[in-house]
Ligand binder design. Structure first.
Ligand code: PLP
Length: 377
């Protein structure tokens, strides 16, 4: 049996012709018409005025922090339950992350703890320089209270929507909530450019500045003139062509991932000790990954028992993100709360969720999860 992956690339059919167009026109690199069109199409879909296509979501986060003025010794509040790429760019800037726990109802940033930490920092005379809030596993942050807590003190928010393209919050699309918002088109995301990212903002000057920094910060001059440090962070025209093809099937991909989640829910949620990741009433998750929570006492198996049973059958499943406040690299960083994220990590498992997962493959995953629970009982 071929290996079943957690989330693999899924081409829609139009990508190859668009890539061939890039070849035909010799717009292989740098940049080119597909980059401009990809930016315009994503910005329109998300409902934001400006977008810059970049080499990765991590690059977009890095530029976002830099453009919001995050500097050495600043503190930046971050969701603890996320992938390290949400936080690493804070350290690239020489700043320090401060972690905030998740809520059980959404697995996202807890707005109450966020507000407590902001108020404590303001009172101590050192407010956070920015907040990085992550729409986890394709589910939106609860933006109204998060933005209210930040706006009260003029703290800019970066929305890390790397996993959440196609998701909504109160009818608006994820990727539209930050002063700067970030998308990823990494190979495991809901759509991919093979590797890439995007920075979005209502602030046109900020996005122009992002493009400038992303192309080595070249000042206008016939020779190479630089008055600030730049990066090589732009997306190539070939990758953008893939992205344009993928945008045409984005809604299908969301529907497919939601269907996969639903099939897991129907087959597994009734097992003792197995819960599905909740969907908050305020929005529509894109269900990027289907995650379960395992209560070992009731299920008769730990999430690790289940993961190993799947691995034995060549099926990739992964524990929920290990929280950043438990990562050796962030040892010593402050955290507000942390027990919820730790519990979600200890008991949470992401199951194969790719939009190209066949029903028969998913049925095999389901059988093994069921079997692992039965065997241990
Ligand atoms: C939440 C989150 N933030 C940031 C990133 C980084 O994106 P990229 O891999 O495009 O750099 C990812 C995924 O890789 C992610 O899942």
């Amino acid at each position: 049996m071929p290996r079943i992956y957690l989330s693999s690339p899924h081409m829609g059919g139009a990508e190859q012709a668009l890539v061939e167009d890039a070849f035909r026109s010799n717009w292989i690199a740098p940049l080119g018409p597909h980059v401009d069109a990809f930016e315009a199409e994503v910005a329109k879909y998300v409902g934001v005025s400006h977008a810059a296509a970049l080499s990765s979501g991590t690059a977009a986060l890095h530029l976002g922090l830099r453009l919001l003025g995050v500097e050495r010794d600043d503190e930046v509040l971050c969701s603890t339950l996320t992938f390290s790429a949400s936080v690493n760019p804070v350290v690239y800037q020489g700043a320090r992350p401060v972690f905030i726990d998740a809520t059980r109802s959404s697995w996202n940033l807890d707005p109450v703890l966020l507000e407590e930490e902001i108020e404590a920092m303001v009172k101590a005379g050192k407010p956070p320089r920015a907040v990085v809030a992550v729409d986890l596993y394709g589910q939106s942050v609860d933006w109204v209270p998060v933005k209210a807590a930040c706006d009260r003190h003029g703290i800019p928010v970066i929305e890390d929507a790397a996993e959440a393209l196609g998701a909504t919050y109160r009818g608006a699309r994820c990727g539209s909530f930050g002063k700067v918002s970030v998308l990823s088109f990494n190979g495991n995301k809901i759509i991919t450019t093979s590797g890439g990212g995007m920075l979005l903002s209502e602030d046109g000057d900020l996005v122009r500045r992002a493009r400038f920094l992303a192309t080595q910060a070249r000042d206008p001059a016939p020779h190479y003139e630089h008055s600030t440090i730049g990066f090589n962070y732009r997306l190539s025209n070939v990758c953008a062509a893939i992205g344009r093809g993928q945008m045409r099937v984005l809604e299908d991909r969301v529907a497919a991932r939601r269907r996969i989640f639903q099939r897991y829910a129907e087959a597994l949620a009734s097992l003792p000790g197995i819960e599905m990741m909740p969907e908050a009433a305020y929005g529509r998750s894109n269900r990027w990954l289907s995650c379960i929570l395992v209560d070992p006492a009731a299920a008769g198996a730990t999430r690790e028992d289940i993961r190993l049973a799947l691995a034995k059958a060549e099926i990739e499943a992964r524990p929920v993100w290990k929280p950043m406040h438990l990562q050796p690299v962030f040892e010593g960083c402050r955290v507000r709360g942390g027990d919820v994220a730790k519990d979600l990590f200890d008991r949470g498992l992401c199951l194969p969720s790719g939009s190209n997962l066949a029903d028969a493959e998913q049925d095999e995953v389901i059988e093994i999860v069921r079997g692992a629970c039965r065997a241990s009982r």
